[in-house]
Design a protein around this ligand. Structure first.
Ligand SMILES: Cc1ncc(COP(=O)(O)O)c(C=O)c1O
Length: 419
């Protein structure tokens, strides 16, 4: 179960950031692809997993595995305790007031579907949901479901050409019919960080609840749902160095108590008779069936790994990389970077002359560099910029400046290929 020490303490007690020691925690980073060292710059899609996560899952399967919540035996009690510890760690990660406000789902996508089904249960025809134009499809399609099923209206907050949310225009979209604002904390395409406190403040003046999609933000910055004062916040485990198959939805207690369950089955009931069913209390009311036990335990290990390094250090490292990457890439003729927000994370979308993004990504891949290309599940945003797609490089705690340089050098070669 031992995990590699990733940080050393400075005299002031703060953790010193050492990217090589961090990399040592990730076995996959030492493999080659096509005989070249792997340069993994697809972290916005999913992060690699540190040994601490792999070991925690391996140990739990080997020594502590049983189903949770139902057993009266030792292993079941151990697994339950570990799983509930994971909920407590997720609570701490979000600074949620209580663990009962932390619901495990299989992903953020499932969390948003839960929200649209359960919180949207009493939405009526003509009720409005305000989104931003830079949402991921995960935070669009579940709201289209309400449009299709109930006749709800989707309204779209615009952004500037730099990729910054237009707050005044957003405010004007709010009306007496607005039932929810559903907005990203950080764009998975532009890297833009949205001023959520300001969004919540504006929505509050109209009594409108706010859901925040933290899929990208929770990887790069500390999240404090009490400080943000949002009604709902969600993130997905696999982007925060954790396993796939686990997501987290936080909600204010008053909403959870009022919302009907999403899925039905074991674990979520109080009593079931042939004529009736009553539901358990949150969070179990929203967790039907056997939960993602090992994935929860892996998520706990991932959060603890992040906490050992600390977000101030990770954020400072990623900010340095992003600045360096923007400087290097901007100097390459033909490269255009999409999104120039001041407050941004380590996600850089770009186009190269008129080359198709898939071709750019394929040519980078042959040089060992993994980036994503396409519409990034953000078609309305692509349309906003008149693009079919972009290539996207995204950074993590283990990304090095040398890898950013490798990307820039490779882009020069890709450009020569198209010349
Ligand atoms: C901003 C944003 N929201 C939601 C998602 C969906 O995450 P998942 O596929 O883990 O549900 C992503 C994934 O890329 C994302 O970037």
């Amino acid at each position: 179960m031992a995990s590699t020490e990733t940080t050393a303490k400075t005299p002031s007690g703060a953790a010193a950031f050492n990217v090589e020691r961090i990399r040592a925690d990730f076995p996959i980073l030492f493999r080659e692809v096509y005989g070249k060292p792997l340069v993994y710059l697809d972290n916005g899609a999913s992060a690699q997993k540190p040994r601490a996560v792999l070991d925690a899952i391996d140990h739990a399967y080997k020594m502590e595995y049983a189903n949770v919540h139902r057993g009266l035996h030792y292993l079941s009690n151990t697994a339950t305790a570990k799983f509930e510890e994971a909920r407590e760690i997720a609570r701490r990660f979000l600074n949620a007031p209580s663990a009962e406000q932390v619901i495990f789902t299989k992903s953020i996508t499932e969390a948003i579907n839960l929200l649209s089904y359960s919180f949207g249960a009493d939405f009526k025809e003509g009720d409005e949901i305000v989104l931003s134009i830079m949402e991921h499809h995960s935070n669009i399609v579940p709201w289209h479901f309400l449009r299709e099923r109930k006749g709800c209206v989707l309204k779209w907050a615009p952004i500037s050409d730099d990729g910054v949310l237009a707050l005044e225009a957003f405010e004007k979209l709010l009306s007496p019919r607005t039932r929810l604002v559903a907005i990203t904390h950080m764009s998975n395409v532009l890297g833009t960080v949205v001023p959520i406190k300001e969004v919540v403040r504006i929505a509050r003046t109209r009594g409108v609840p706010v859901f925040v999609d933290g899929a990208q933000a929770a990887v790069h910055m500390p999240i404090d749902v009490q400080d943000l004062d949002c009604d709902f916040y969600a993130f997905t485990g696999h982007k925060v160095y954790g396993p796939t198959g686990i997501g987290v939805l936080y909600a204010k207690k008053k909403h959870l108590d009022a919302m009907p369950p999403f899925l039905g089955g074991g674990e979520m009931i109080e009593t079931v008779t042939t004529d009736n069913v009553t539901y358990g209390a949150t969070p179990h009311k929203f967790e039907a069936g056997t939960p993602a036990i090992l994935e929860g335990i892996g998520l706990k290990a991932a959060i603890e790994w992040v906490e050992r390094i600390g977000y101030p250090a990770i954020a400072a490292h990623e900010a340095r990389l992003t600045e360096h990457a923007i400087a290097r890439m901007s100097a390459i003729e033909g490269v255009s970077i999409l999104g120039r927000a001041q407050d941004r994370g380590g996600v850089i979308s770009f186009t190269l002359d008129r080359a198709h993004a898939h071709d750019v990504a394929t040519l980078l891949d042959r040089q060992g560099i993994a980036v994503r290309a396409g519409h990034h599940c953000a078609e309305p945003l692509m349309r906003r910029f008149g693009l079919d797609g972009t290539a996207r490089a995204s950074f993590a705690a283990y990304t090095t400046e040398a890898e950013v340089d490798a990307l820039a050098d490779a882009l020069v070669r890709v450009r020569q290929f198209f010349a």
